[in-house]
Design a protein around this ligand. Structure first.
Ligand SMILES: NC(=O)c1ccc[n+]([C@@H]2O[C@H](COP(=O)([O-])OP(=O)(O)OC[C@H]3O[C@@H](n4cnc5c(N)ncnc54)[C@H](OP(=O)(O)O)[C@@H]3O)[C@@H](O)[C@H]2O)c1
Length: 267
């Protein structure tokens, strides 16, 4: 089985490194082409990726063809490979905002396509990835894609109409968390901690709280209650967050992402 990548940028690079790290995908099954040659060379040296001379060469060689270019590049890339993308191939697309119907138009209804939405946490093996196969993809093909993306984190099967909400929850929310960590670390600096230490503490506390929530059977609010002693200091901070609209801000930010996604998708 040959896995061919067109576009070897941040996300494709993270997926390829994860596949390589997992040990489940042999080096000689991974090939790719990128517009500028530097990234291909790095991946060749790092994980043994086979460099290809063009997008067409990848499409021809691949059993599983991964489209890793930006969504706006697809109208330029797909016509150049469409005649090579036949129903015996599996197309995996990570492009944001492009529905399965877009690929049916480019390749025809009979070509199996799996729409995938990973996130950048794939770089550290902690992605949340949504997948949705089209009608031509078999369960075996869907499972193959799950296996690929389990090498960079967790995989969730969702219907296509939930991709916008998924993007807000799992994609854009990373930016919200970075903002939170920076704000918390900045408060630590104000209280006299060195910046590096404040950042390390804010990161570890955020990772720990997320892990505890994930691994516990208890509701997040039940866990919050356990941290807030009566008349203690934590409840003071929680009240300030509530007074300043923390929950509303997070919810409105997620909704803004979903709304913008709809605008970009031309809905
Ligand atoms: N980054 C994320 O957090 C994230 C999350 C979910 C989904 N995605 C999706 O992942 C895809 C890639 O995003 P990215 O962040 O990885 O972008 P990126 O780093 O810019 O990668 C895109 C790559 O495609 C290459 N490219 C452009 N046109 C090409 C062509 N005609 N033939 C071959 N290669 C070409 C670019 O080459 P150059 O080196 O010449 O620029 C670049 O390396 C997008 O569809 C995006 O929606 C990204």
């Amino acid at each position: 089985m040959i896995y061919g990548f067109i576009g070897l940028g941040n996300m494709a690079g993270a997926i390829l490194r994860g596949m390589h790290r997992s040990g489940a995908f042999a080096n000689d099954t991974l090939c790719g082409f990128n517009r500028s040659p530097g990234k291909t060379q790095v991946l060749q040296e790092e994980i043994g990726l086979k460099p290809m001379e063009s997008a067409r060469a990848v499409a021809e060689a691949a059993d599983v063809l991964v489209l890793g270019v930006k969504p706006q590049m697809l109208p330029e890339v797909l016509p150049g490979i469409a005649d090579l993308v036949t129903s015996d191939k599996l197309v995996v697309t990570i492009a944001a905002g492009r529905p399965l119907s877009f690929y049916a138009e480019a390749f025809g209804e009979a070509v199996p396509v799996v729409r995938v939405m990973p996130n950048i946490n794939a770089r550290v093996g902690e992605a949340a990835t949504a997948i949705c196969p089209n009608g031509a993809a078999s369960e075996e093909q869907a499972e193959l894609v799950r296996r690929m993306f389990r090498s960079v984190g967790e995989v969730f099967d969702i219907p296509e109409q939930q991709f916008a909400a998924f993007t807000a929850m799992a994609g854009s929310s990373g930016a919200f968390v970075h903002l939170y960590i920076d704000a918390l670390a900045s408060a630590g600096v104000k209280a006299g901690l060195p910046k590096k230490l404040a950042e390390a503490l804010a990161c570890q506390a955020t990772i720990g709280a997320a892990k505890l929530t994930k691994m516990s059977d208890e509701h997040p609010i039940a866990l919050l209650d356990q941290v807030c002693s009566p008349a203690g200091s934590t409840i003071e901070g929680v009240h300030v967050l509530k007074k300043l609209g923390f929950e509303t801000a997070v919810q409105q930010a997620a909704q803004a992402v979903i709304d913008k996604d709809a605008v970009l998708a031309g809905k």
